[in-house]
Design a protein around this ligand. Structure first.
Ligand code: SAH
Ligand code: SF4
Ligand code: F3S
Length: 478
């Protein structure tokens, strides 16, 4: 693996995690592995909940599993390749245990549908993201000697009534899905095809889930959606497109939802992802500023710094519009951290246009960025309309350039936080030092400090006196 691949590998969308559930004892064992974005990890918690009700417990050892489920991602070619490699590792286990059921869930399942069964002989079940309620039925079909597929996408499913089983949890922070799908059709993106139409979840069920988590000791929730600024709830069954002006004015938008969740308890921190530059309103920013427990951190993917490229990407904003959103954030919340996603080498991207991405990064100086080389995805608008004409080595070189630039900016942003006192929510023991806790400040920067008598889930004030490139180091002050 070269340096560039390694950096990509360590980013959010490339993460893989083995999950373990403390479920009531059952006779059957489930091995569940997730790839892709936070949404997928959150879906795995729904899947675990559905199977727990069927008496399954989970295992971290796939060789002893009765059912192996891989929750997959289709966002880039290499995300899919990783899943295929993993499936070939499961082959030997299945040879030793022929009754073992192997299922593919999530976005890659939705993209490939029945084809998966032909391409990967080991697979017994293919299930799309809106069909998880059907899992028990699909498993019994396989046990009856058939292969099983359900990739039907829904316009309504939000799994609002299912209480997720918190997987691999630190007991402090949890995800809450507030909507599903995406209607944006960015030309490079496979998500609208794999997750279907956008739909918002009933706010009462979101608030109830947040309250329940708080009562169980959780102190941080992250509200998830592909475009949270587009959240809108006007009552059950009322579609956004057909609302009257009055219904729209009375509907609960993202700013109102944020406020409702913030009011659950002042000690419950709220984060959210992902904001979309074309839809992020000042109302949301003012709500963030009003409540201390709404974290001062916004992930605002730019994708490119050039307006022509943005237009071809069908992002719905220009460079100038994006920069004006950044100005609003800085004006309303001067110490808000900002992160982004960038794609290099999109169809037709010239050297000049690439330099505009670099210059935009220079202007914003992001705290953090997830950066990718463009990967053409079947059926997307870009695949049908444009030529993937930037050579691979040029994509990689541009990627290396922006990664190097971002490292400098991250360091500047981290250093600027030294010498101040930060309110930190303690998460768990530091990976590097047994005697230290790791937590985050409101800006999402990692803070490490000696344990003392404190515990995960508690807030402490930490005076930061030094830092590494990305981590703040300090001691608790009363
Ligand atoms: N809904 C979020 C992003 C979801 S996908 C948003 O609108 O920002 C996460 C990131 O993966 C995207 O922001 C984009 O930077 C990257 N990505 C998506 N499709 C890609 C592709 N075909 N090639 C490379 N990167 C891609
Ligand atoms: Fe993909 Fe665009 Fe939707 Fe994000 S907003 S999920 S990039 S289509
Ligand atoms: Fe991947 Fe699907 Fe998320 S394609 S990034 S898992 S929505």
């Amino acid at each position: 693996m070269n340096e560039v691949e390694k950096v990509i590998d360590e980013t959010r969308q490339g993460e893989a995690l083995m999950l373990d559930v403390q479920a009531t004892p059952g006779t059957r064992k489930l091995f569940l592995e997730s790839y892709g974005c936070q949404m997928n990890f959150s879906d795995s918690e729904i899947v675990a909940s559905i199977l727990k009700d069927q008496g399954y417990t989970t295992t971290k050892d796939y060789t002893e599993a009765d059912v192996i489920f891989v929750n997959t991602c289709a966002i880039r070619e290499n995300a899919e390749q990783r899943v295929r490699n993993r499936l070939s590792e499961f082959k030997a286990a299945k040879r030793n245990k022929p009754d073992m059921v192997v299922g593919v869930l999530g976005c890659m399942a939705e993209r490939l549908k029945h084809k998966f069964l032909d391409e990967e002989k080991i697979v017994d079940i293919v299930v799309g993201p809106d069909a998880y309620r059907d899992l028990p039925n699909l498993i019994s079909k396989v046990e009856g000697g058939h292969k099983a597929v359900n990739v039907i996408l829904s316009k309504e499913e939000t799994y609002a009534d299912i209480t997720p089983v918190r997987l691999d949890s630190n007991g402090v922070s949890a995800f809450i899905s507030i909507m599903r799908g995406c209607d944006n059709m960015c030309s490079f993106c496979v998500v609208p095809f794999t997750r279907g139409r956008e739909r918002s979840r009933d706010p009462e069920s979101i608030v109830a889930e947040a309250r329940d988590l708080f009562e169980k000791g959780y102190r941080e929730v992250t509200l998830l959606g592909q475009n949270v600024d587009s959240y809108l709830w006007a009552g059950g069954g009322l579609k956004k497109e057909i609302l009257t002006d009055e219904q729209r004015a009375n509907a609960i938008n993202f700013a109102r939802l944020l406020e409702m969740v913030a009011l659950v308890h002042p000690d419950l921190r709220i984060r959210f992802s992902t904001s979309h530059p074309k839809d992020m309103t000042d109302e949301v920013l003012h709500t963030m500023a009003k409540y201390e427990n709404i974290c001062k951190y916004i992930h605002l993917p730019v994708q490119s710094g050039n307006s022509d490229v943005l237009e071809r990407m069908n992002r719905g904003y220009s460079r100038e519009w994006y920069l004006s959103r950044i100005d609003s954030i800085r004006r309303i919340m001067p110490d808000c951290a900002i992160s982004t996603d960038v794609i290099t080498g999109f169809c037709g991207e010239t050297e000049e246009q690439h330099r505009e991405t670099v210059s935009l990064m220079e202007l914003v100086k992001y705290d953090f960025a997830y950066m990718f080389a463009y990967s053409e995805r079947p059926k997307t608008m870009a695949e049908r309309q444009f030529e993937d004409d930037v050579p691979e080595e040029v994509k990689k070189r541009r990627l290396t350039e922006i990664i190097d630039r971002q490292q400098i900016h991250s360091e500047i942003r981290t250093k600027a936080q030294v010498g101040k006192v930060h309110r930190v929510l303690i998460e768990h023991t530091s990976k590097r030092d047994e005697d230290k806790w790791m937590g985050r400040n409101t800006q999402n920067t990692v803070v490490v400090f000696p344990k003392g008598n404190y515990k995960p889930g508690e807030y402490v004030n930490v005076l930061v006196d030094r830092c590494t490139k990305t981590t703040l180091i300090g001691t608790v002050v009363e």
